[in-house]
Write a protein that binds this ligand. Structure first.
Ligand SMILES: [Ca+2]
Ligand SMILES: [Ca+2]
Length: 223
């Protein structure tokens, strides 16, 4: 095998893998630039890259809570039902090759906070996966992670979810939520600094690194 071509191929693969990890997928991740749309509109009409909430608002500092990042944050109201959700539709077709190799991990995280004294409120992030656009109601996978909040207004706490994407995944809905029964009646919780990324599984990076090291070693021996 031609060593130069092997190295070039490995470098290309490594660059693609690292590039995937470097890309943040959430638009307006800290609620600073967009108006808030509705959950029903964003999912029903499959509008990408736009925050939609069941019931809430984008607000500045309030109730003793200061945004974790920038000057605004998302407020999710306690409503009827299990959870009060907001979400964003995200296109992953640029990652098709990595996803279909079965080695693409989707990481989603966000920061949560609530007014002082309301310890025990539960916030979380969730990922719905789809094989194409406009498939709300028929997701192929769902994974989530939550955090139980303390009673301190200055502290923001992270929730995160992470899982290898099923081959064939092309779209996701990135969700942030509060468990309604854990939020006092008439109250609300805050969200800021949402991050979603597709990264290669660590094993993939290790294999690429080992390949590069082997090629470099061969080149040194021939020099
Ligand atoms: Ca913000
Ligand atoms: Ca707190």
């Amino acid at each position: 095998m031609n060593t130069h071509m092997t190295l070039k191929t490995l470098v290309t693969l490594a660059a693609a893998a690292l590039g995937a990890g470097a890309s943040a997928l959430v638009t307006d991740p800290s609620y600073e630039t967009q108006p808030l749309d509705t959950w029903g509109n964003v999912l029903g009409n499959w509008i990408p890259n736009t925050w939609g909430a069941e019931q809430g608002a984008i607000v500045g500092a309030m109730s003793g809570v200061t945004p974790a990042q920038g000057v605004q944050m998302l407020k999710l109201d306690r409503i009827a039902g299990v959870s009060s959700q907001a979400g964003q539709v995200i296109d992953l077709t640029a990652y098709s090759a990595l996803i279909d190799s079965g080695q693409a991990v989707l990481n989603l995280s966000a920061l949560f906070n609530i007014e002082a004294g309301f310890a025990g409120a539960i916030g979380g992030v969730g990922v719905y996966t789809f094989t194409g656009p406009n498939q709300w109601g028929s997701h192929t996978d769902y994974f989530a992670g939550s955090v139980t909040l303390d009673g301190s207004a200055p502290s923001w706490q992270a929730a995160q979810a992470s899982k290898t994407l099923l081959a064939g995944t092309r779209w996701i809905v990135a969700e942030v939520y509060y468990v309604n029964q854990t939020v006092p009646q008439g109250e609300f919780g805050f969200v800021d600094s949402v991050r979603a990324e597709v990264v290669p599984e660590p094993a993939t990076l290790l294999a690429l690194g080992a390949g590069l090291a082997a090629v470099a070693r061969r080149r040194r021996l021939r020099a």
